[in-house]
Write a protein that binds this ligand. Sequence first.
Ligand code: ZN
Length: 305
Amino acid sequence: MRLDGIHHISCITGDAPGNLEFYTGVLGLRLVAKTVNQDDPYVYHLFYADESGSPGADLTFFEYPGALQGRAGAGMVYRITFRVRSYDALGFWERRLADHAIATTRHEDRVRFDDPEGLGLELVAVQSPDAPLVAWHPEIPAEVALCGFDAVRAYGGRVASTGRLLEEVMGATSPTEYRWELTGSARHGTIAYDAPPTLPGRAGAGTVHHIAWATEPADHERWLERLHRGGVSSTPIIDRYYFRSIYFREPSGVLFELATKGPGFTVDLPLERLGRELVLPPMLASRRVEIEARLTPLRDPRADW
Ligand code: ZN
């Protein structure tokens, strides 16, 4: 039983229209699902990914309209790294982001920048054995497009205990100090920890809420058993409609989720219509009119393509 890299990463935005514009319009991801937070249905849950909505490329945002900007601190992920395929791609992104008034810094094989709400992002040029997970965008050639997640960096606190959980329960390897890799049948994903800043973290716009690792659907219940045998207290298995989830907090404080690789976003819409209409889980379907009236109107990013 192995965890198949990063499944999705969920973050917070205070500005859904600006968030949609940046991740689809500038970075070229596809909006693959526009739904609501199951635990708070007046809050959007937006899912961006590759063309097929694959685990491994799925960046999600909860919208709390007008939320104050947060700040990453101990126990929080502070940077998300996407793969690109070449140094040429890094050059493309340096130019494109500059054209959109986004400041970047170059570090050899990496380009770093922040999203409009301060969320740390990074592109790394790597030759990965993992399939490139690419979305189509008219201004972004496929050979330079984002290819899915490579890694996250977090601020630690109790990294020795976090490492034991990652290695002994979750099956991670540690190629270098404070860095762990989770490798399954299809993908590789890495989490690295740095010493936390002095200021405490504050959840808010531009911060990461949790990171999900991918499981084979058939293994999910055995993962729950393995966590409990390893002394980890977790939620039960929760049906998130697109996948099933188990949540637990690792010792440094980062909220982890184990999410099944299926059934995925085509459970309710055909592939070509993903993201083009508000989808509500069955338990909320009867409240559609009331819920839609309270959500921020969002344009369909592909309406005029
Ligand atoms: Zn999640």
